[in-house]
Design a protein around this ligand. Structure first.
Ligand code: KG4
Ligand code: ZN
Length: 343
């Protein structure tokens, strides 16, 4: 079965063709990172407008790269949510239109759940139960999959997502967006024990995450290092820091964020004894996180390549395949984008 995946939930316009939920024939991504970099983060209106321009050429390229025609496509899987509403709308309306035009069934995919499917694309001998730490710019979730479409949410962030914390800390230190890769790069020259940072405790929710306290602690320490007090605006800090202070804070913050994530993953592992453990989403590309997880969990981890960790449409098509097997189609006349789509 050949499925076309379409993904437009944030700042990547993506389409992919995947055979039988595992074989990636094409994975086309047009990133808007360059456009949003000037603003230090994603501007929703600009993202939506860029999706409109890119989406049809991206779909055409995905088909061409896969060397398939519309005739051979068996269905269309599209991200319904969660994400930025304006961005989601472009993908959903395009998929609805293509579904009607080419008379192909439509499948509505949850973006957060689909991130875990990146790992199913690279490891075809997945055994359930599968525990997934899914961490990106918009979410931090611990998910337990009993089967492909039978999953439960064990814990989520109470405030900032893990990737968002990387992005915000990077911005304070004057490092470019997206913050994850730039913090990691700066951390290479830093001492990860240079700054002492807190770990959150969330009363009654041992598997929930919180990153806002960590981010604020970084801000306060950097205000001090820059010679100010807590009233110093964050945009004045970067120019007053030495490269070594930036490197040390990047390393200290990265270490703490990775430890917080791994603490929860380890606790969930002990509670649920899954057969497979994966990390998914943009933050899963972080080498320090991979190292921490591998050192602390007694399971062999399989990691998706970078291109499948960050937003892509191959993961959407892979999840769409499972929906197709269960005949869980969406109505091309009525499917609505849902920026807060729950599980
Ligand atoms: O999954 P993704 O591409 O988009 C969302 O669904 O949000 O994740 C993007 C997030 C950004 O916050 C980015 O800073 C973070 O993933 N990220 C990383 C790394 N690469 C990307 N965070 C930490 N380390 C990385 N190497
Ligand atoms: Zn994502």
């Amino acid at each position: 079965m050949l499925l076309l995946g379409i993904e437009t939930s944030c700042d990547e316009t993506a389409a992919a063709v995947v055979r039988d939920g595992v074989e990636v024939l094409s994975n086309t991504i047009v990133s808007q990172i360059d456009i949003h970099q000037a603003y230090g983060g994603v501007v929703p209106e600009i993202a939506a407008r860029s999706h409109i321009e890119a989406i049809l050429p991206v779909v055409d390229k995905a088909l061409a790269d896969a060397k398939v025609t519309w005739k051979e496509i068996d269905g269309i899987a599209v991200t319904q949510g969660p994400g930025l509403l304006g961005s989601l709308l472009i993908g959903v309306l395009t998929a609805r239109m293509l579904s009607k035009l080419h008379k192909k069934p439509l499948y509505a995919v949850n973006h957060v759940v689909a991130h875990t499917y990146a790992n199913m694309l690279i490891d075809q001998e997945i055994e359930f139960p599968l525990l997934s730490l899914s961490v990106s710019g918009n979410h931090s979730h611990l998910l337990l999959f009993h089967d492909y479409l039978d999953y439960e949410l064990l814990g989520a962030t109470q405030d900032d997502a893990a990737g968002e914390a990387f992005d915000k800390v990077a911005k304070i230190m004057g490092l470019p967006y997206p913050g994850g890769p730039s913090v990691s790069k700066a951390a290479l020259d830093g001492d990860e024990k240079a700054y002492k940072l807190p770990k959150p405790r969330i009363e009654g929710k041992p598997l929930a995450f919180s990153f806002s306290g960590l981010k604020t602690a970084v801000l306060r320490l950097l205000q001090q290092e820059a010679g100010g007090d807590f009233t110093m605006p964050s945009f004045e800090i970067a120019d007053k820091l030495s490269p070594q202070q930036v490197a040390d804070m990047a390393a200290s913050f990265q270490r703490q964020a990775c430890e917080i994530l791994t603490d929860k993953l380890e606790l969930a592992y002990k509670q649920h004894q899954p057969k497979t453990v994966v990390i998914a989403g943009g933050v899963a590309a972080n080498g320090r996180l991979r190292e921490e997880v591998q050192n602390r969990l007694p399971v062999k981890m399989h990691y998706a390549p970078m291109s499948l960790c960050t937003d892509n449409a191959a993961m959407i098509a892979a999840m769409g395949y499972q929906l197709a097997l269960q005949n869980q189609t969406a109505d091309p006349d009525t499917l609505e984008a849902d920026s807060n789509l729950a599980f």
